[in-house]
Design a protein around this ligand. Structure first.
Ligand code: PGA
Length: 241
């Protein structure tokens, strides 16, 4: 794992964006894995700014999101479908049918998991996956205890995750109990991974990732076994290293 330390969140977002743009220049049909949450929003703003100023094109890109809540309609402002449209897709030139997010409203959820997993593989796999990290070490919505062999699956959200994400909802009771997420093995199949870590609240998780053991109790630790991971972390996040 390569650690790229930045002064602050703005620099983290800029540096990650520059690296993504260079990958797109090298391969205009890049398969780009995307994440939701607060951490990547600065990065998405940088990609939008670059698209407007430098005309970087996403016409041949396919995107694959990590996860989606179960039972929240795509048009609902709490869905990750809505989030991605608002924060990125509607501001760049990507055809919407090349943006892929698991369907948390599918009637047959197990089949949706299989479909999404196969779909990514049929597209040749993910070239570059963007990840955030939960305070409990989750990646995607793979909570502690998830098997490193897992593929796209349904997960019961940890109470701590529901609490952390309640800031986007009226109350914690409104946060869904379950999500559909790419599995850990699905994430590890990505050719390259960028992990973004920002702020004091993530300092403990980053220290455990860097200094701790590889264990299913701390899902992000699996990244130590991946040959091509860059961690972009700001000063606050690296405070305990
Ligand atoms: P955050 O979420 O970027 O909103 O902190 C990251 C995560 O929980 O994976």
């Amino acid at each position: 794992m390569k650690l790229i330390q930045t002064f602050d969140y703005a620099e983290l977002s800029q540096q990650a964006a520059e690296q993504i743009i260079s990958r797109i220049k090298r391969k205009p049909s890049l398969n780009l894995g995307l994440a939701t949450g607060s951490t990547p929003t600065g990065l998405y703003q940088e990609l939008i700014k670059d698209h407007q100023q430098n005309k970087t094109s996403y016409k041949q890109i396919n995107t694959f999101n990590l996860d989606e809540y179960i039972g929240i309609p795509k048009k609902d402002s709490h869905s990750y479908h809505y989030f991605m449209c608002e924060k990125l897709f509607k501001h760049i030139d990507i055809p919407l049918d090349q943006t892929h997010i698991p369907d948390g409203t599918a009637r047959l959820l197990d089949e949706e998991c299989t479909r999404y997993e196969q779909f990514i593989q049929e597209h040749g796999g993910i070239d570059l996956q963007i990840l955030g990290i939960g305070q409990n070490g989750h990646i995607g919505f793979n909570e502690p205890g998830t098997s490193f062999d897992s593929r796209t699956h349904i997960i019961d959200l940890a109470e701590s995750t529901r609490k952390a994400n309640s800031r986007f909802f009226a109350s914690v009771d409104d946060v869904p109990l379950q999500a559909i997420t790419m599995g850990i093995a699905s994430i590890m199949d990505s050719k390259e991974i960028f992990l973004l870590v920002s702020g004091h609240a993530k300092a403990e998780a980053l220290a455990r990732l860097i200094n701790g053991d590889v264990s299913e109790d701390f899902p992000a630790s699996v990244l130590k076994k991946h040959p091509n991971v860059s961690i972009f972390a700001d000063k606050e996040a690296t405070a305990l290293l």
